[in-house]
Design a protein around this ligand. Structure first.
Ligand code: SAM
Length: 375
């Protein structure tokens, strides 16, 4: 599998993050190449222009445009880490990029806004709302994506919120949409809430958060089966999303320290809002944007609870779940417990058995199993 990314701007090695052995996925797609080809036609005009890049998964766009000092905005710390790693492994200058997260405030007005289509269209709406005061009537707004990731509604969103669109021909199954900056007034979409059934809890959700309108059915099953264990002082809600699992753990184990962690800035911010509203004191709660359990001390946690993800951006796979399983084993204290809720069709049982030696089927229904492992 090639890692050499070659465009008219530059040639460099580009890796996905987290790195996977034996995978056949590249760190860029034909939409990145198409967009860069288009931008190269006007590269003499890019000098001294303010460029904002939205949702660049592994740095293909950011590294190519690095000499123009772009600003790259992502909700995912994995994407930010990928950009940093790829810049440094190509001996480029990290100071040339301004890395922002999805909830950062923009500091300037942009002449170019380059958008890679995100998985969640509400997140696209949010992003457009957040740049309203940071574009001008000549800002070039270009949306790039693979045709399969571009439902028709994208055009309606762009026309309703920004302005007239013009679409390129498809090339290698990628398309570019050029959007006229008509300076329509917009606001970033607000945080949504829902009530957790049979409780007094109100759950807060930024737009890019998993199951933001109601409790996920797998999560519901997990919450119905949370065991009350003894000797639990340190708990992790791994892949916390809106924080509903960690909140219930904080109530079940009121004396324990609970860490809410997720790779999405919006998820961790949502979990914090959820706890601020529902928990009397945040003294025992900690919130961390992180890739899985990177940098957690080994043998430091008594209970880790996880409803694992099954995709990274647009691509589906179990590699993140597997990283979570391996790191959970390392991070747990001896005698500590790992709880996983999993869709029955996913091949998690055998992986967990290999890592932990023994897997208990704590509960099951037609769709889900809850596995409990002890280190
Ligand atoms: N715990 C929440 C719930 O049950 O509603 C969310 C579960 S959702 C199935 C999986 C979560 O894992 C998402 O919030 C996603 O952002 C997060 N996630 C995905 N990749 C991750 C990674 N590498 N490190 C940490 N969290 C990750």
């Amino acid at each position: 599998m090639t890692t050499c990314f070659n465009t008219s701007f530059n040639t460099f090695n580009l890796e996905r993050f987290p790195q996977q052995k034996n995978h056949n996925l590249q760190a860029w797609d034909a939409a990145d190449q198409y967009l860069l080809e288009h931008l190269y036609e006007q590269h003499t005009e890019l000098k001294n222009k303010n460029i904002l890049i939205f949702n660049d998964a592994f740095g293909a766009l950011t590294l190519s445009l690095l000499e123009y000092h772009p600003c790259a905005v992502n909700d995912s710390i994995i994407s930010q880490k990928a950009i940093i790693e790829n810049i440094s492994s190509n001996q480029l200058d990290i100071k040339k990029v301004d890395l922002l997260n999805s909830l950062s405030k923009y500091k300037t007005t942009y002449d170019y806004v380059i958008i890679k289509t995100p998985k969640t269209l509400d997140y696209l709406r949010y992003f457009i709302g957040s740049i309203t005061h940071h574009i001008h009537s000549n800002t070039q707004i270009i949306v790039a994506g693979m045709v399969k990731n571009m439902p028709k509604v994208i055009w309606s969103i762009l026309e309703e919120k920004i302005g007239e669109t013009n679409t390129s021909l498809a090339k290698k199954k990628a398309r570019l949409i050029f959007v006229k900056s008509e300076m329509k007034p917009n606001k970033p979409s607000p945080v949504q809430t829902f009530a957790q059934e049979n409780t007094k809890f109100k759950i807060f959700n930024h737009v890019n958060v998993f199951s933001k309108q109601s409790l996920d059915i797998g999560t519901r099953f997990l919450l119905q089966n949370l065991p009350k264990l003894s000797g639990i002082n340190n708990v992790v809600d791994l892949g916390c999303g809106n924080g509903v699992v960690g909140l219930n753990l904080a109530v079940l184990y009121p004396k324990a320290k609970v860490t809410f962690t997720d790779e999405s800035y919006m998820a961790v911010a949502s979990a914090k809002l959820t706890c601020e509203f529902n928990v009397k004191s945040l003294e025992n709660c900690q919130f961390l944007v992180n890739n899985c359990l990177d940098d957690f001390a080994p043998n430091s946690v008594d209970l880790i609870v996880c409803n694992p993800p099954f995709h990274q951006s647009h691509s589906i796979g179990t590699h993140i779940a597997l990283q979570m399983f391996k790191q959970s084993h390392k991070t747990l204290n001896k005698g500590g417990t790992f709880l996983v809720v999993a869709n029955r069709h996913l091949p998690y049982y055998s992986h967990l058995k290999r890592i932990f030696g023994k897997v208990n089927n704590l509960a099951g229904n037609a769709k889900f199993s809850i596995y409990s492992m002890t280190k």
